[in-house]
Design a protein around this ligand. Structure first.
Ligand SMILES: [Zn+2]
Length: 170
């Protein structure tokens, strides 16, 4: 192979040469199962099969995802509540104090052991928007989507176009 120059990277797992490739990446590191990054550069290792995403701005990406979760047109699932709590950099205790409940209740919500109710659902989203880093400018736009929320905790996919920094649901 002679043309290895710009297509060559190094695997973070085994240290062997690996290939750059633009494609889709399942972003499990964010804590949600169904988040896909589209059009992202990845370093794919042919030796150990490790895939490293090349994420230019993690903060911006997490912000796009947080807004997409807050706009989700269905009741939040437990992992989405956990995601928003972590985006808020709050412990279960701290979030509980904002919502007027206790941390064991938050834990049950996050583990899908107990339904959190429609009002808590909106309140969690609103708190994330008001207090989450970089989200306050989006409060009005996102709050206007609340009346369209369907009250069923449907599992959806978040597909983020990393170039336009937009998210679509699937
Ligand atoms: Zn490797």
């Amino acid at each position: 192979m002679n043309n290895q120059d710009r297509t060559e990277g190094v695997c973070s797992n085994c240290g062997k040469p690996a290939k750059w490739k633009v494609g889709e990446y399942r972003f499990a590191e964010c804590g949600l199962k169904n988040v896909y990054l589209l059009g992202i550069e990845t370093i794919r290792c042919p030796h150990c099969k490790n895939v490293d995403p090349v994420i230019p701005s993690m903060n911006q990406l997490m912000q796009v995802l947080a807004i997409a979760v807050a706009c989700k047109p269905y009741t939040l699932r437990g992992d989405e509540i956990r995601f928003l709590r972590k985006y808020l950099k709050m412990t279960g205790d701290q979030l509980a104090s904002y919502l007027g409940t206790d941390k064991s209740t938050i834990s049950k919500w996050e583990n899908d052991e107990q339904a959190h109710g429609d009002k808590s659902d909106r309140l969690i989203r609103a708190l994330a928007l008001m207090l989450g880093e970089g989200l306050s400018a989006h409060v009005e736009r996102v709050a206007k989507t609340f009346p369209q929320i369907k009250e069923t905790p449907k599992e959806i996919e978040y597909r983020i176009d990393t170039e336009s920094q937009t998210c679509e649901y699937a």
